[in-house]
Design a protein around this ligand. Sequence first.
Ligand SMILES: Cc1ncc(COP(=O)(O)O)c(C=O)c1O
Length: 363
Amino acid sequence: MSGVINFGIGEPDLETPLCVREAGKRAIDLGYTHYTPNAGYPELREAIAKKLKVENGIDVTAENIIVTTGASTGLLLSALTLIEPGDEVLIPDPGFVIYEAIVNMAGGKSVRVPLIEEEDFRMTPEKVNELVTKNTKCIFLNSPHNPTGAVLEFSDIKGIAEVAMDNGIYVISDEVYEKLVYDGAKHYSIASIPGMEDLAITVNSFSKTFAMCGWRIGYVAASRRLINEMIKLQQYTVVNAPSISQMAVLEGLKNPKVKTFIDEMVREYDKRRRFMVERINKITGFKAKLPKGAFYIFANVKELGLKSTDLAELILEKAAVATVPGSAFGPNGEGYLRFCYATSLANIELGLERIKKVIEDIR
Ligand SMILES: Cc1ncc(COP(=O)(O)O)c(C=O)c1O
């Protein structure tokens, strides 16, 4: 289908910063084209440890870091390391689709934590506490959140850490959208809470923050015991994250131009976020709140009385606009559509105009 406007895919539309691209090219010429240590280049592990200390308040060294092929592999290695058959694992619902899949792969049982609009889709300590049993092994935490854009408050993070510490439960904290926060919202890493050193597994990547999804670099920070297990798993599967991409990311972590790039990117997303919410709310039957993070809007379409899959299909067919049905993120996502605003303002305007017209026609 040609001419489709894509609000579906969660990928930055911006180019990777120039200095990072150049470092990638340089890495090829300098011969960084071989296997790397399984855990990643030592200088990159060090730079990541430093970033975590300075920006996230997490007290780690290079030994606590494994470089992975994106956060996706980091999440998988974490799940395979922690989860034993029969373990219960709390996952957000709605939530990023791979959590349930990797819990299944590891033989665990997903327990859905319902996130509701009335609570701004926050995973609250109270909800987590209610669902914890003696079989709970870990919790997947994701803030800023895909698909709702929710950002947890410090009190939520602290409260969830307390539940984890009281019950000896691990927390796999997926922080890939950490830089994408708006309206003065702040990102907090659960690993920075005293007492969480052995229980928190921080998973992150450069896909969204450095606009480099295809380069496939992410990382996990955790206790040395867990990281050593993950290195063994990586050794027998992926072997190592791409050498050239590792060198490019190392430059990105050191070069101050990337900080400026991120600041500008966030300002641009913020503009699009406001514009998109305003336009979505002009469509009959659509209601959207201003989310505080990530680059998604989770619009309530319950008034239309259609299944979210049917509505997304109708919009794709008649308006040539791709969105993601909320139910793709779990049963609690039913009645919502996810819109990604990592696309131009012109596309946002045109795509939402087309949807508005289609909805007016069917009513
Ligand atoms: C919440 C969340 N975690 C992890 C990822 C995976 O990112 P990566 O490209 O680093 O594998 C995504 C990608 O969309 C995501 O939305």
